[in-house]
Design a protein around this ligand. Structure first.
Ligand SMILES: [Zn+2]
Ligand SMILES: [Zn+2]
Length: 390
């Protein structure tokens, strides 16, 4: 592993920052103390900081040389509503909230890279360090973009990194194309006519219609989508009725679908609409469909070729060629860095957090970011900057 001594020497600092953030986790758009901690560190490194994009988001800029090339590096800051079950001294002090996705580590690694690059400045151009809020389901990346992220900080390209259990500690995995799935929610309200359960012929049964619909929705993946295109459609909630002997007026269904291309995404949404309208029409019940009612949808996280090639080189330079998996299986999970990749070419890479036997899976109440990979991740950021801004 080729990591500069100056980065190795930041290991203790990064561990301390990471464990501080772990003790004081904050959830989406509430990361005020987290942002203050990060902003203070960036200022102490001598960087110019900009606050308030996406409410709690931070962007720091660092320039060297005379090139007008600009690269953006992104970390996320938010935690989850999960009660931590770890018992170590730096466990969460905020009841019901924990860093179970390793964003504490992402912030610490990017801070480490900022410190090293500010001290050494062996690159030619400008680096934007993006610390974003609300990755977990609230689309903080989109909010920063809406607030003018790329107008104020016009990066040529943008890079993201996520720790991943079950990839060996300090190894990487990256490939061009889709890395993570799109994520959409839908809510269907079916309204019929309530009636006595003994006299169904006097009403229009929304429950029977919803049962047919649920089965029909399962044919979208099996009969409409090309089997070579992975996709999932799941109904996750059914709400109807409150007694034994009355057929209720309405049923509400909620669900989600995920896939790896915007074409498939559109096809699934259209097919849901078609099946809802045709089946409900056949049962004489009306239906209302809302997609992403809480603005929840995320696009596909899609890596561009040229930026992935340089990310791969940087990862190989840090971890060694044998320690970078170039054919990872994309994840059906989703990631709001996808919004940044819709605006700019770029690459999202996974860094191994080590076996899940030791570190368990993301969003688990026992999860912990592996402090041993902090210098590896920081070194990747530094190498990427040095290779891209020459
Ligand atoms: Zn997560
Ligand atoms: Zn995450």
């Amino acid at each position: 592993m080729a990591i500069a001594n100056d980065i190795k020497q930041l290991h203790a600092d990064m561990r301390q920052w990471r464990r501080h953030l772990h003790q004081f986790p904050e959830t989406a758009f509430e990361e005020t103390e987290t942002a203050r901690f990060i902003a203070d560190k960036l200022t102490s490194f001598g960087l110019d900081i900009h606050l308030g994009l996406g409410k709690t988001g931070i962007v720091a800029a660092l320039s060297a040389g005379n090139s007008d090339h600009k690269i953006a590096l992104r970390a996320d800051m938010d935690a989850l509503f999960i009660q931590e079950q770890n018992t170590y001294t730096y466990k969460s002090r905020h009841d019901g909230i924990m860093h179970a996705c390793g964003h504490d580590g992402h912030s610490a690694m990017l801070l480490g890279a900022a410190k090293y690059l500010a001290d050494n400045r062996n690159f030619n151009g400008t680096v934007y360090f993006i610390f974003q809020p609300a990755e977990e389901g609230r689309a903080g990346a989109r909010q920063m973009i809406v607030d003018g992220l790329f107008e104020k900080f016009p990066a040529d390209c943008v890079f993201g990194m996520h720790n991943f259990p079950d990839i060996p500690s300090g190894h990487f995995a990256v490939k061009p194309g889709a890395m993570m799935a799109s994520f959409d929610c839908f809510e269907i309200t079916i309204t019929g006519q309530a009636t006595h359960a003994a006299m169904p012929h006097l009403g229009n049964d929304a429950i029977v219609a919803s049962a047919q619909l649920i089965n029909a929705l399962q044919t979208i993946v099996s009969r409409t989508i090309n089997p070579a295109d992975p996709a999932v459609v799941s109904i996750t909630q059914i709400h109807a009725g409150n007694t034994w002997n009355a057929i209720p007026e309405s049923v509400m269904l909620r669900g989600t679908f995920r896939c790896f291309s915007s074409t498939v995404q559109t096809t699934i949404a259209n097919k849901i609409t078609q099946l809802v309208n045709s089946i409900c029409g056949g049962f004489d019940v009306s239906a209302d469909i809302r997609f992403n009612p809480e603005n929840a949808g995320y696009p596909v996280t899609f890596n561009t070729e040229a930026e992935t090639a340089i990310a791969l080189k940087a990862a190989q330079a840090v971890a060694g060629e044998d320690c970078v998996n170039q054919q990872p299986i994309p994840s059906m999970g989703s990631e709001d860095f996808a919004f940044m990749l819709q605006k700019k070419p770029g690459c999202y890479i996974w860094i191994g957090n080590g076996s899940s036997e030791n570190s368990c899976l993301l969003h688990n109440p026992h999860y912990d970011f592996n402090d041993e990979i902090l210098p590896v991740g920081a070194a990747y950021w530094v190498k990427l900057v040095e290779m891209k801004l020459v």
